[in-house]
Design a protein around this ligand. Structure first.
Ligand code: MRU
Length: 367
């Protein structure tokens, strides 16, 4: 994706073979500052994931994969196996909901299994580059399938933009490139189809207002930020043609965990006959789980994220308290939308019903 005319991925390495360095875009600084950051150790990686300098299911997975490489490189000689075990445990405990994290760590565990440190270092780097490359390619393909959905809607309303509502940020910032829910939007925009995006602000961390609005703006896609509670009203008034969201984990029955508030959008979409699609690479599928409401672990984050809002004042970046000083708060980061409310899943292999049969039809290897 382009920022100020330069192509970026959200995570990348620089330097000669054997001396590579790892960089990310610091998403906590966006949209007011574009800053890149070097991660030098597995500890840096854990902190970047936990503090959400990197975030979004695909990017969390790719970053964790690079974390294994940095752990292998910095492990003390003579204590390699124990150090790696601790590093895997630390990476696993960063954030509980996005399935991609655990998939990436399983891949890395296989990649370095039985290897001494000197062989494990290049093997882990190669696997991390593969995880990252596959994430970008899957998202590119999601765009090509989702584009056809948008094209069909556009054909029914010539001369008018296709109105798409999205929640949180499932754009290129949430993956290595392209994004999941926004990949079809970019593909449609690039194909000359008029599109307009309603961007839910997405309290409490405002990923919609801060990140989705920023990246759509970088690409020139017309959009408006709306308050989180506005979507139902817009749907009642025929102002939304399609809801497109991402997912952090999807079960074999097709239940989808996504940013808190997604479920309410799905209810409003069902009540108003608006198609509700969830876009995801297969690395977000968790075929070991069935009932998403009962089985997907939902992260609860600090109440301070609800009580304080960060922003830019005349004096620079600031955080302000928006409630009584003594007020207590709770902060669940995700909810689960049941499969029955999802029109379809847009994946790198095509679009399927949100059901076990649909998912296994596209991904028989998970059966
Ligand atoms: O808490 P985050 O920002 O890591 O949450 C992830 C999300 O941005 C959304 O839930 C997104 O729609 C799915 S991740 C592609």
């Amino acid at each position: 994706m382009n920022v100020n005319g330069r192509h970026y991925r959200t995570i990348w390495t620089e330097g000669e073979a054997g001396n590579e360095r790892l960089f990310i875009i610091d998403q906590t600084a966006l949209p007011h500052a574009f800053q890149t950051l070097e991660l030098s150790s597995c500890g840096d990686v854990c902190q970047a994931i936990r503090d959400m300098q990197v975030r979004g299911a695909g990017l969390i997975g790719a970053t964790a994969a690079y974390g294994v490489w940095l752990a292998a490189r910095t492990a003390p000689a003579g204590n390699f196996a124990a150090f790696m075990e601790r590093s895997f445990a630390a990476l696993r405990s960063t954030r509980p909901t996005a399935g991609n994290l655990f998939r990436a760590l399983e891949r890395q565990a296989r990649a370095i299994a039985g290897k001494a440190q000197t062989e494990a270092i290049p093997a882990a780097l190669a696997e991390a580059q593969t995880v990252a490359g596959e994430d970008a390619e899957a998202c590119r393909r999601i765009g090509t399938f989702g584009l056809e959905l948008i094209r069909e809607i556009a054909a029914r309303k010539p001369g008018k933009p296709v109105e798409i509502l999205t929640h949180c940020n499932a754009g290129w910032l949430a993956f290595v490139d392209y994004g999941s829910a926004l990949s079809p939007v970019y593909a449609a925009f690039d194909a000359g189809i008029p599109v307009h995006v309603w961007v839910d602000e997405t309290r409490p961390r405002n990923q919609g207002a801060r990140l989705t609005a920023w990246e759509l703006g970088c690409h020139g896609v017309p959009c408006d930020i709306i308050a989180d509670n506005a979507g139902g009203h817009l749907m009642q008034h025929g102002m939304v043609d399609l809801v497109l969201t991402g997912a952090d984990r999807v079960t074999r029955w097709g239940d989808a965990a996504n940013k808190i508030g997604t479920y309410l959008k799905a209810l409003a979409a069902a009540d108003n006959g608006v198609p509700f699609y969830v876009a995801l690479p297969s690395t977000t599928l968790d075929p070991a789980l069935r009932d998403g409401m009962a089985e997907i672990p939902i992260e609860e984050r600090s109440p301070e994220e609800v009580r304080f809002v960060p922003g830019l004042s005349a004096h620079g970046p600031e955080e302000v308290l928006i409630c009584p000083e003594a007020a207590s708060a709770r902060n669940w980061a995700f909810d689960v939308t049941p499969a029955r409310l999802i029109t379809g899943l847009i994946t790198e292999r095509g679009i399927s019903p949100a059901s076990e049969a649909g998912i296994m039809g596209l991904f028989p290897e998970f059966a």
